[in-house]
Design a protein around this ligand. Sequence first.
Ligand SMILES: C[S@@+](CC[C@H](N)C(=O)[O-])C[C@H]1O[C@@H](n2cnc3c(N)ncnc32)[C@H](O)[C@@H]1O
Length: 437
Amino acid sequence: MHFNIITLFPELYHTFFSVSIVKRAIEHNKINFTPVNIYDFCDPKKRIDSPVVGGAEGMLLGVNIIEKCFESVQKNYEKKPLTIFFSPQGTVLNQALLKEVYNKAIKDHDAVITTFASRYEGHDKRAEEYYADYVISIGDFVSMGGDLPAMIFIESLLRLHPTILGNDQSALNDSFEKNTLDCDHYANPDEWKEKSIPSILKSGNHKKIKEWRYNNSLKKTLFNRFDWWRNQSITIEEKKSAQKIIPSHYVALLHNDVMLPSGEAGESSVTITDIHDISRSARTYGLKGYYVVTRLKAQKNIVDEFLNFWHEEDKKKSQVNNRFFALENTYCMSELEDVINDIKQKEKKDPLVIVTSSRRDNNHENMISFNDQKRLWILERPVLFVLGTAHGISPEVMKKIEYRLIPLEGIEEFNFLSVRSAAAVLFDRWFGLTRRV
Ligand SMILES: C[S@@+](CC[C@H](N)C(=O)[O-])C[C@H]1O[C@@H](n2cnc3c(N)ncnc32)[C@H](O)[C@@H]1O
């Protein structure tokens, strides 16, 4: 592989290319680089940077000097080298993007890559539009220039080269290679600051060690990077393993202590459509149970009669449809307390209870958002979402509950989801897999 490195500071790269694995790769003629110093193309007595047109802070690298740099590179090749610009506004670098760039460089560009590292306020947009095949960001922050981003990109790309790492297996177990992060590793001494190496790793039982490593990586991935995991192509087996690690979740639909149009708290009526639809959503997203909560006897009778129909064993066997399975874990209870006790009995642990509301105020001391799975999962307790009916859960009940979830919102001011839609959106935001294609 060959790297043409367009930069204002070529000296930064001399150390980078003269140490460790990168140095060895150069010595073994696997890679090489040509620094292109932008200053070499600056007319004597002229400034290298240009003011931003339209009057804004800072200076830019302009199109004329960038063009000269690229011409000096291009004259050495028939094909255009794969060209990478760096910008905090670009596509955030990840393993999938690295692989795409690596494969493209090999396949379409004779393994030649040109990197362009900007400085100041950046570069004229037209140069990027004209030359860049990829504009890459190394994360949502702003560094002083594109040189460190370029080095991060090159180092990470070289890990993908089949012969550059000493042990070509080690990259295969890296984080992000499979659908997991790498597992925890330890080296002797066994005891250090009262921490010891997990005994299974010293057992010599390779099957058990493999199992431990898999569970350790999966748990770490689910708890630390659920945002990343849910974007991968997850197999049915992986889903099953994840379900064993993620604490059990339940949902309750509250018809007691909800706000009525009169402005007072009271009871609302049950809706059979809600029971059908929330049961199906709950089952789809792997919740362990759905509780319809009403203390009104007549309403309870309606729900019980309905559930009895769907819970009958022989009906499950008939091929009506999968709704039997959806409703298998749907129950009717009189009070929220009964639900909490039921979960406690099943799970042998108190559930973490989370209320939901469509109100935008943040007046609860424990607000959680849809990115806070880890905050709860790490406590290794079951989770119960409580959804309200009518005009929402009464402030009295809200106050008593440990956590409150931020409201579901779209980009519209109007916010009036039905509770069954809200349940589906909530489950999807919390658990939904959003596989990239
Ligand atoms: C100070 S930055 C310019 C930031 C630009 N004004 C903005 O706010 O988007 C100068 C140069 O550093 C590089 N750079 C800074 N942060 C980066 C990041 N997160 N990823 C990739 N390159 C970055 C880019 O080459 C950028 O043009």
